[in-house]
Design a protein around this ligand. Structure first.
Ligand code: CA
Length: 237
């Protein structure tokens, strides 16, 4: 770990003490600066006074619904929020993402998974603040490469021909690689705000993209389905 890099500060809002101390210890060991809150009110207060670089938020809090915490945070800050949820309810996770959460992690989770989600969210938020968001780096993972500048998608040596919609869809996922994007978010970005909420057109386009880029579309290497929620593209190198 590079000691010259300022330690990133993380606020953890979680009422269960054992989970709170497990996450705190894990993150301290990784050289993150961590502050904890046991309820939503305290969490919101600390977020405003400390301005952390990332918030880890449990959805089931004693004093308020985690969803309200996200909504309140989003009135004044774009700080990345990763939702920690015991709920296996996909609808709930999708709602948290659509309310402005950046990602979610389901209990029980591994340390490796937690750290990967944190790194991805921090990387995305720092990209939003510097020039790399204006000069988007090409996407590259395994054999797949996308040059946003030249509008070229290649798989190994082969150029992949995509329709305009397929290209828009794939690049939206690639520019957010490592992050889950909800069906609602994708539909709005690609087809505009007046879509009827039917995901069929999205599924059809995704199936076509997969036939073009995946060796085995049933076992994708590049674009993963988060069942009931949306899609996540493998993180770019
Ligand atoms: Ca809880």
């Amino acid at each position: 770990m590079n000691k010259n890099i300022a330690r990133k500060s993380i606020l953890l809002i979680e009422d269960e003490e054992n989970i709170r101390s497990f996450i705190s210890t894990t993150l301290k060991n990784q050289n993150y600066k961590i502050t904890t809150a046991a309820n939503g009110e305290e969490g919101l207060h600390l977020a405003a006074s400390l301005c952390p670089e990332l918030v880890l938020l449990d959805l089931g809090l004693p004093d308020m619904d985690g969803m309200n915490v996200i909504e309140k945070l989003r009135t004044w800050t774009a700080v990345p929020v990763i939702v920690i949820s015991a709920r296996s309810d996909e609808h709930e996770k999708a709602r948290a993402l659509d309310s402005g959460a950046d990602d979610y992690i389901t209990k029980p989770f591994s340390t490796v998974e937690l750290l990967a989600r944190i790194r991805t969210s921090l990387r995305h938020s720092s990209q939003m603040q510097d020039v790399s968001s204006i000069y988007q780096k090409p996407y590259h993972y395994k054999n797949l490469a996308i040059s946003f500048e030249n509008h070229v998608v290649t798989l190994g040596d082969e150029m992949i021909h995509l329709t305009q919609i397929e290209y828009k869809l794939l690049t939206l996922l690639a520019k957010n690689s490592g992050k889950v994007l909800t069906y609602t978010y994708i539909m709005e970005k690609i087809w505009g705000p007046y879509t009827d909420g039917n995901n069929q057109i999205l599924r059809v386009n995704m199936a076509n993209i997969r036939r073009k880029i995946e060796k085995n579309p049933a076992v994708p290497e590049y674009v993963f389905t988060e069942i009931g929620i949306g899609y996540r593209m493998a993180e770019s190198d």
